[in-house]
Design a protein around this ligand. Structure first.
Ligand SMILES: *Cc1c(COP(=O)(O)O)cnc(C)c1O
Length: 228
């Protein structure tokens, strides 16, 4: 298959079909988040016209600019990149999901800035599942405290966990990271009502992630082509 000759609608249909097939094998519903970082608003509009609803952005300002340009209330925006404290207000005001909560300090500013009259901000706790010093996400041991803080915030809705496992060339290691995330997710789900989302899997490994328990995958380059 020559991906470079396919237009975006063919890429989109192909990814949708692969996600649906893997979800069916797993016996679970899976949400596809289209990662539109570095893509222009027009690319988001093309996918939205094909029925895609959820879009993921890494940078707050870039995401806000696209939201303004598209002005489409039917779209659902996920912040998937690291969140700096000074951007918490804007995220709470303009995004539907925050997938990268990694410290308690952010909980109160997010809660206070979430406008009344819109649904609570959906929150995933990002976990550093490989225990790498270089990576964002909280340590597995911190999930409990973070989850309790989110549950205590009336304008935030704790929905689950997110991870970006290190790109392990060897399949077994990647599977092991996904399996650890699933165990942490099941534990969180036992302790908290409303937890239903495990976000893991990207272009290179979303089928593997779905097989390992993902309910949400974040796919960029397989939809839009590789980023430069
Ligand atoms: C860029 C990014 C993705 C998508 O990566 P692809 O390999 O292009 O599918 C998913 N999640 C996060 C957090 C990202 O930064």
């Amino acid at each position: 298959m020559y991906a470079c000759f396919m237009d975006s609608s063919e890429n989109y249909r192909a990814v949708r079909e692969r996600v649906a097939a893997a979800a069916q094998r797993a016996g679970r519903e899976v949400t596809l988040v289209a990662v539109s970082k570095t893509q222009p608003a027009a690319a988001v509009r093309r996918l939205a016209a094909l029925g895609q609803r959820a879009f993921g952005e890494n940078y707050v300002q870039e995401g806000l600019a696209k939201q303004r340009e598209l002005a489409d209330p039917g779209l659902e925006w996920h912040l998937i990149g690291p969140l700096q404290s000074n951007k918490a207000r804007e995220v709470a005001a303009h995004f539907d999901w925050l997938q990268s909560l990694d410290r308690i300090k952010l909980v109160d500013p997010l809660d206070r800035a979430r406008p009344a009259g819109v649904a609570p901000l959906n929150v995933l706790i990002q976990v550093n599942v490989d225990d790498e010093a270089s990576k964002s996400g909280c340590a597995p041991a911190q999930i409990g405290a973070l989850a309790a803080a989110v549950r205590a915030a009336p304008r935030l809705a704790l929905r689950g966990l997110m991870a970006i496992p290190a790109p392990a060339p060897d399949l077994e290691r990647r599977k092991a990271a996904f399996a650890r995330m699933r165990a942490l997710f099941e534990e969180l789900r036992r302790d908290h009502a409303g937890v239903d989302t495990l976000s893991m899997g990207m272009s290179a490994d979303f089928e593997l992630a779905i097989g390992a328990g993902a309910t949400m995958v974040r796919v960029g380059s397989a939809l839009f082509g590789s980023r430069i």
